[in-house]
Design a protein around this ligand. Sequence first.
Ligand code: HEM
Length: 406
Amino acid sequence: MNEAANKPQVEAGWYGADPINMDLKSNPHPRYRQLREQAPVNLTPDGHWRLTRYVDIQKLLKHSKVGMRHLNGLIPDHNREETEASKFMLRQDPPDHDRLRQLVSKAFTPRALATLRPQVENLTHTELDKIIATGEMDLVEHLALLVPAASMCAMLGISFEDRSYLSGLVSHATYLLAIASYPELAETAMKALEELAAYMMELIEQRRVNPGNDILTALVQAEEAGDKLSTEELLQQCIGLLIAGLETTIGLIGNGMRCFGNNPDQFERLAAQPELIGTAVEECLRYEPSVPQTVRVLWEDTQFGDVLIPADSVINVMLIAANRDPQVFTEPDRFDIGRNEARHCSFGGGIHFCLGSHLARMNAEVAFTAIAQRITNIELIDAGFEWAPSLFRIPGRIPARFQIRR
Ligand code: HEM
């Protein structure tokens, strides 16, 4: 065989990892491996830099001068008006970021999570009771969507009946986060966002009249207190929480169930050793992250490997590539629920580290524990598998057959 035939094909510019190539979603890892090996610090055709190695990503997120906005205050790919309209905390730098994060984080205390957990467990088992005897289910509808929807609905005080409707809107709205790459989806994404805004505004008005025991009421009260939160900020934190929290966790549980379906030995291992649930969830997060990347703007010239990236550059931070970096993870392409190595990068890092990480973990622990107790011999029906229409890697349908565990 000639040597050239063995070499991976490198597309000019994107190195095979073009974000608008939908086929990348199904099988991204060989492309990111290629990128990590051949051009770990690279400049993309749209003028953003990309980092793929674990060490560089940690350096950027935790030890470099970075922000979410350019040095002139603009959000990347946004004009002044669009920047001013953008109020979710993930788009802000201090001091606005810290003020918003502090207000919202009140809802994520260990006590709030401890109260939520038994409710989510009950609901999961009630749903499994209904479906399990049929020997078939859509692992998204009956598990991956159900569990995080129960948490988000309880936290925001939203009707649980609306979960599929909301998750559909949230999926489409995610494209707004990268609209420069997906201009053809702008109209659908904007429409979804407007519908979400109208839905949340109605809830906010209801909470003004009838306060509840939820985060929405707490935020409405902060807004009414005057100087802490404007109405627009309040609305965008609520929509942002739905987008950041619902979609991503559907991905964690759905992608995790596909890992278990494809690695039945690991599923049986979890059933036999339920104490492995903590490392099992971390391994699902590492192995098939639902959010492949985050973004930062570099605020001063910084060296990554042998490349000096200039100040004010936009950097696409490829969390998905760092999670399989062989410099950090032994046999990174092996799914091993007992793995206990370095931390994966799936929740980002630095001051924007995912605020809902404990909630996401709790949801996944409940879902995987319940399902491992109750079913075995999962057979994924690949022909029926679908991705959701989302910027992230979120399954929309995972039909499966299984047997009841006796
Ligand atoms: C598996 C599930 C989840 C994943 C993979 C995920 C991932 C992420 C990532 C990558 C970021 C950006 C971090 C950075 O740039 O450094 C982020 C931020 C954020 N996430 Fe999550 N997330 C998940 C679940 C949740 C949940 C359940 C919530 C809340 C209900 C949530 C709320 C947030 C918020 C509010 C931010 C912005 C934090 C800030 O700007 O300070 N996330 N998440």
